[in-house]
Write a protein that binds this ligand. Structure first.
Ligand code: SF4
Ligand code: SF4
Length: 56
């Protein structure tokens, strides 16, 4: 499992990127990109997203 992103909602603000302890998040243009191998399902990024684009 890995965090799920709703790309329709993501604005590419980057808030979540620095929150991730395992560097699973990065920006790809104006959308977030998730490295599913690196994600440890901690949920830290979910609360950081202002538009609720992330969920577990
Ligand atoms: S759930 Fe945790 S490990 Fe996975 S992308 Fe979000 S902050 Fe990173
Ligand atoms: S915090 Fe939300 S809107 Fe901002 S880049 Fe991450 S997923 Fe996209």
């Amino acid at each position: 499992m890995a965090v799920i992103v709703d790309l329709e909602k993501c604005t590419g603000c980057g808030n979540c990127v620095d929150t991730c302890p395992s560097e699973a998040l990065s920006l790809d243009g104006e959308k977030v990109k998730i490295d599913e191998e690196a994600c440890i399902d901690c949920g830290a990024c979910v609360d950081e997203c202002p538009v609720e684009a992330l969920s577990l």
